[in-house]
Design a protein around this ligand. Structure first.
Ligand code: SF4
Length: 97
């Protein structure tokens, strides 16, 4: 069977789309799954909360928060890189220099 150039391009672009969509979905799932479980042992041990009760202390101004400024959830060095909301807080909070 001879495949025309047009048919080849249609087939390969469809194949690439089929490979890309599941990859994007799995990256999104990984990002969501990497969030710190507020009910987990490690979180409870440090009194972690997703919403700080102290207006002057939260994850966004903690020296242990990593990742890109502007993201709502960012990795925390204390919790092995699991992501926390910038509004959160735990007893390991340490002021940004
Ligand atoms: S150490 Fe605590 S306060 Fe600091 S970023 Fe991590 S969870 Fe937030």
């Amino acid at each position: 069977m001879k495949v025309s150039r047009r048919q080849f391009l249609k087939l390969t672009s469809g194949g690439i789309a089929l490979l890309t969509v599941p990859s994007l979905i799995s990256f999104r799932a990984l990002a969501t799954d990497n969030r710190l479980d507020a009910t987990g042992v490690e979180a409870l041990a440090l009194d972690y909360v997703q919403q700080s009760n102290n207006a002057e202390q939260n994850c966004s101004n903690c020296a242990l928060l990593k990742g890109d400024t502007g993201n709502t959830f960012r990795p925390c060095a204390i919790f092995g890189g699991k992501t926390v909301p910038i509004t959160g807080w735990c007893s390991a909070w340490f002021a940004k220099p």
